[in-house]
Design a protein around this ligand. Structure first.
Ligand SMILES: NC(=O)c1ccc[n+]([C@@H]2O[C@H](COP(=O)([O-])OP(=O)(O)OC[C@H]3O[C@@H](n4cnc5c(N)ncnc54)[C@H](O)[C@@H]3O)[C@@H](O)[C@H]2O)c1
Length: 329
């Protein structure tokens, strides 16, 4: 079996999940890990194989990977993807792929050069698949509106100790671009392109500590259907993300992988979803479908098939995120 050579750039928290997923894939060979903190790359290489480097350039020059995973801070995703594309190397980048309209233009220009996938892994969650199926079947009726709540806890050290979080130039924003972007992404999955938005942001518990928002609310218009969106890192815990879709005959509610369907006659139906099994990796509140998402990207690259999270299919989310910031700021 020909193995696909891959490398992981940035060896902090989320790289552990990429390492575990790639390490379990039989048709993949991890040739390199890189981090500006060399001991982090070294530890990953010892655990999952490959050699340790301190830069993307070195990895591209010496190891010639076919796919590079970008697990670096937000502001580096677009320029690193450009560097890979110049060498004809495919890219699987962590979210968010961009932090500004300028980066979005540059990122879109990569579309015809190499395969690019974005890690919106929650699109692969069982609950999301079920909602898609129910909406397509039609018994729930037309989608009328939604509400979404992301209420987590992030304290000052999460920002002050990271070197890149909390700053507009490196993180690009806070509760929206970092913690709740997956939930915004699910809204565009169900509703499509937003036609308008009103939004505001503020800094409550991190006032004076970060430049980026710790709380953001938005009323998003999807062609006459409204989605209310609220995200904060000021809760006392990492509560399960709540997403509720109101349809003509039923309200579909998910809290992580717990689903309840409230039908118009008042009956409530709880659905138990099949476990994600050995592909479940990562903290549950991140959504644990990294394994499904990464494997699907490799399959699509190998078979020359379109990938669910390629550049055109993340456009609605990226443009909505940037519009929300334009409006709220
Ligand atoms: N999909 C998800 O659910 C999910 C969850 C957590 C984090 N993330 C995303 O993953 C990315 C990384 O987040 P994290 O929490 O792992 O951050 P982190 O700070 O723990 O890790 C980032 C790593 O990148 C390294 N780095 C910085 N500059 C570099 C460079 N020029 N070259 C090589 N390495 C460099 C840092 O030293 C650090 O080890 C972010 O974009 C974040 O939003 C996604």
């Amino acid at each position: 079996m020909k193995k696909t050579k891959c490398a992981v750039i940035g060896c902090g928290s989320i790289a552990q999940v990429h390492g575990a997923v790639l390490g379990a894939m039989e048709d993949v060979e991890i040739v390199a890990f890189a981090d500006i903190l060399p001991q982090r790359a070294q530890q990953m290489a010892e655990k999952y194989g490959g050699r340790a480097y301190s830069s993307l350039d070195e990895v591209l020059e010496k190891e010639h990977p076919e796919i590079v995973h970008l697990c670096t801070p937000h502001y580096l995703h677009t320029p690193m993807a450009q560097t890979c594309a110049q060498k004809g190397v495919h890219v699987f980048t962590e979210k968010p792929p961009v932090i500004s309209w300028e980066q979005w233009a540059d990122f879109q220009a990569l579309q015809d050069k190499v395969r690019v996938g974005v890690c919106f892994q929650n699109r692969y969650n069982r609950s999301v698949e079920l909602f898609r199926q129910l909406l397509a079947e039609g018994s729930v009726g037309k989608l009328l509106g939604a509400r979404a709540f992301v209420t987590w806890r992030r304290d000052a050290p999460y920002y002050t100790e990271s070197g890149w979080r909390g700053k507009l130039s490196t993180e690009g924003g806070g509760a929206l671009i970092n913690q709740s972007i997956h939930t915004l992404d699910l809204l565009t999955q169900f509703f499509g392109t937003a036609s308008g938005v009103e939004a505001s942001l503020c800094n409550r518990h991190l006032k004076g500590i970060t430049e980026v928002e710790d709380t953001l609310e938005a009323a998003i218009d999807f062609g006459g259907r409204q989605a209310l969106f609220y995200a904060t890192t000021n809760h006392c815990a990492d509560a399960p993300v709540l997403l509720e879709l109101v349809c003509e005959n039923c309200t579909l509610r998910m809290e992580e992988e717990e689903v309840a369907l409230r039908w118009a006659d008042g009956t409530v139906e709880h659905r138990t979803l099949p476990p994600t099994g050995s592909l479940a990796v990562g903290k549950s509140y991140w959504g644990n479908s990294h394994g499904l998402c990464i494997r699907d990207f490799y399959r699509c690259v190998r078979d020359g098939e379109p990938f669910r999270n390629d550049i055109p299919h993340v456009a609605d989310t990226m443009e909505l995120m940037l519009k929300i910031y334009d409006c709220a700021r």
